[in-house]
Ligand binder design. Structure first.
Ligand code: DQA
Length: 153
């Protein structure tokens, strides 16, 4: 069974109450429930985590890597600042997909730069909770293809 860890960074615990004009009304619990239902359909074992602390997020990435899991990550503000997180993702050797609820490219210029995008397989942003849904689908597909290619060798 494919394993995917969905990792959420700072302030995402406040979704639903936090700047609803930008992030919408869905809570992180709502997103988790929808992803769990989707994961069941895909045959994916899902781990879902959130932290407000950079070092803890790095630890979550390391744990996903050690478990051989894929990583679906909304690193929130650490996307734009954290070399430590980027190094953790590249060092984990895990397939990772970056997601954002908002269209970061339509916002402040400091959000246009992602330090983690170069070490992720792809980036999805701007679709609200659907960004997570699309990301989970894409990541599960990538892992399936990688596993199929590995089993032919
Ligand atoms: C975010 C975008 C980031 O720029 C911001 O710091 C967040 C949320 C998003 O999901 O749109 O906290 O990652």
């Amino acid at each position: 069974m494919i394993a995917i860890h969905v990792l959420n960074g700072p302030n995402l615990n406040l979704l639903g109450r936090r700047e609803p004009g930008i992030y919408g009304s869905a809570t992180l619990d709502d997103i988790e429930h929808a992803l769990r239902a989707q994961a069941e359909g895909l045959g994916v074992a899902l781990t879902f985590r959130q932290t407000n602390h950079e070092g803890e997020l790095v630890g979550f990435v390391q744990e996903a890597g050690a478990a051989g899991a894929g990583i679906l990550i909304n690193a929130a503000a650490y996307t734009h600042t954290s070399i430590a997180l980027r190094d953790a993702i590249s060092g984990s050797a895990a397939l990772a997909v970056e997601v954002h609820l908002s269209n970061v490219h339509a916002r402040e210029t400091f959000r246009h730069v992602s330090l983690i995008a170069p070490v992720c397989a792809g980036v999805i942003c701007g679709f609200g909770p659907t960004s997570y849904r699309l990301g989970l689908d894409a990541l599960a597909g990538l892992i399936d293809s990688r596993n199929a290619a590995a089993s032919q060798n």
